[in-house]
Design a protein. Structure first.
Length: 403
């Protein structure tokens, strides 16, 4: 449903730049219901994870809870689609959504759940400038939804914009968790929202938008795990990064790169359990791709190293990160910041470096032949990682005391 339709024209550079016809009212209602069911599947899965955040439904926490639920729903359905294809079972409501009904009922029946902290950490209040930037981001996202349409798959028409919106929400959530100032983090989220490869993919390529969500969302939750040692954040990060191997086969080893970076950045006493869960999740998520390649008598292989054909967007972000890194090295201290992002930043940069190598060197066999990530797929994977790294480097620390 999602993956089959989305990959039909993925290798064409202009595949997602065409303007498909607007959705009819029945198609729009079906697309909205599918998105609601996807978020419901993710919310059920979220409730089964260890206690932590997100998960609240208050006005200020609802967006992060929905974004995490959408991420988990996309990852779960992607794996279900691939497993159903291997078993030659038709994908539909009964095979995709009904299996989640039993755990949903059991979860409701066993409420209340685990305890969560009553008092959240204090954060700096957003000023008028930050609120205006958030409004501008909301308008960009709304325009993306309004300009989306599909002549082939209604669910694919809105899963792209929804994944794009969820990725932005989770990046903002991670920058807030790493104690970045409201105005700066709102500015970086707006800059990411306006990045052409991501906004274009959101309007026409659910596969690329989903890959950006899994990479950016997984990295965001990894940063929260490294900051707070929140087991729910670690679980979501592992599931999201592993799901990259299912969602887009050409990103099979980029998925592994993210999990390796997560294990390397995790403190030694808990790195072993993180490695065990990461290995198990990746093996499960990669099995459809690996089994599919084996059926074709193929195996992942290497291609000759070459210069990555960076787009102008990549070049601009790399120059920005290099300039901010130089500033961070030469400035005097962290200006009174108690706990600057260390492990979180090391993870994001390590993930970017390993993923950049993986997507440029590894060729993965697929049902349509051996493939390597297109320039658009590389942008979907790497730009959110660069934005998260640049945000942690460039945005000053917040000041909850208002000074």
């Amino acid at each position: 449903m999602v993956l089959r339709a989305a990959r039909a024209g993925l290798d064409s550079p202009g595949a997602f730049r065409d303007h498909p016809r607007p959705l009819s009212v029945p198609e729009l209602l079906r697309a909205l219901s599918d998105l609601a069911l996807t978020a419901l599947v993710g919310r059920v899965l979220l409730s089964l994870l260890p206690a932590g955040e997100p998960g609240r439904h208050g006005p200020s926490e609802l967006l992060a809870t929905w974004a995490a639920s959408h991420l988990l729903g996309v990852a779960a359905i992607a794996l279900q689609l691939e497993l159903l294809a291997l078993l030659q079972v038709e994908a539909g409501f009964a095979t995709l959504f009904l299996p989640w009904l039993l755990p949903a009922v059991l979860r409701v029946a066993t409420l209340p759940g685990a305890m969560v902290p009553r008092h959240a950490a204090r954060h700096e209040d957003a000023g008028r400038g930050a609120q205006l930037l958030r409004l501008a981001t909301a308008l960009v996202v709304a325009w993306t939804f309004a300009s989306a349409g599909s002549a082939r798959e209604p669910f694919g028409a809105l899963v792209g914009p929804a994944s794009y919106a969820a990725m932005l929400a989770l990046l903002a959530h991670a920058l807030r968790a790493t104690r970045r100032a409201p105005f700066g983090r709102a500015l970086f989220v707006l800059a990411l929202a306006a990045t052409p490869p991501l906004s274009e993919a959101a309007r026409g390529s659910p596969t690329l938008a989903g890959a950006a969500l899994l990479a950016g969302g997984g990295a965001s939750f990894a940063a929260i795990w490294l900051r707070r040692v929140d087991r729910r954040a670690r679980a979501i990060a592992v599931l999201a990064l592993a799901a990259l191997a299912t969602f887009e086969p050409s990103l099979l080893f980029a998925s592994l790169a993210g999990l390796v970076a997560l294990v390397l950045a995790t403190p030694r006493p808990i790195a072993r359990s993180t490695a065990a869960w990461s290995g198990l999740a990746w093996a499960l998520a990669a099995s459809p791709t690996l089994l599919g390649g084996a059926a074709l008598d193929g195996a992942p292989g290497l291609r000759a190293p070459r210069l990555v054909p960076w787009t102008s967007v990549h070049s601009w972000v790399l120059v920005l990160v290099a300039g901010v890194a130089l500033k961070a090295i030469t400035r005097d201290g962290a200006r009174g910041e108690i706990d600057p992002p260390g492990r979180e930043l090391a993870f994001a940069l390590c993930f970017f470096a390993l993923a950049a190598l993986a997507v440029d060197l590894v060729v993965v066999p697929s049902a349509t032949g051996a493939t390597a990530p297109t320039a658009a797929a590389r942008a979907a994977l790497l730009v959110p990682l660069l934005a998260l790294s640049a945000g942690m480097l460039c945005v000053p620390a917040e000041r909850p005391d208002g000074r």
